[in-house]
Design a protein around this ligand. Sequence first.
Ligand code: FES
Length: 256
Amino acid sequence: MKIKECCTVESQECIAKGIYSMWISTKVIAKEAKAGQFISLFSKDGSRLLPRPISLCEIDREGGRLRIVYRVAGAGTEEFSHLKAGDEVDILGPLGNGFPIEEGKGKRVMLMGGGIGVPPMLQTAKDLGTDTIICCGYRDELFLNEEFAAAGDLHIATEDGSAGVKGNVMDAVREDHLEADVIFACGPAPMLRAIKAYGLEKGIPCWISMEEKMACGVGACLACVCQSTEVDGHSHVHNKRICKDGPVFLSTEIEL
Ligand code: FES
């Protein structure tokens, strides 16, 4: 069940260049939210800007709080980055279908996050417990790495080689000899494509979050349509809206 709620900003800080972490106090949305879901934040200038979809980084269900970690990438997120404790913000959520935590129970799970796909893996790691392998890929500057180190067995890749393995998350999987029974991942399309291929080669199910392609987040703009691998009896391929049908899919269900 999704609702629109007027929420209060509890705190906000810049945790890396252009990356902000905000805790938001909510009456209902936090209680309902699942790891891998997202919320849409409304700009004060509602007539000009569509609500911006932002994934949930942490969910404090008992305390009624949500944490989002996002990159400033346009007018909407720029506006949100100026919000301070006590400010109000309208939020619609929780949206999307989240990661199927039950698919990871009792299995060796590897969580993989790339760039701004890193934050949603934090609540996913917490919901799964501490036995997870976590593989985070960054361009250069690290963020949330200390919190991930406390949440599981953390492996890092950086494009510039300044920390961990030089390269991307798949380079870290190879160099650090990581093995898993199931993968949960979020990141840019080339990373998800590589993970899908790896999963097919090894026979490992991969649940991937395609949130990078979302725009309005509420089913209005169709910017997020992706091709499904489902074909009906008339050979018609079905399209899926990432914001409504996803953002989490089994990698074999969609064309990447
Ligand atoms: Fe606009 Fe899905 S993001 S319809």
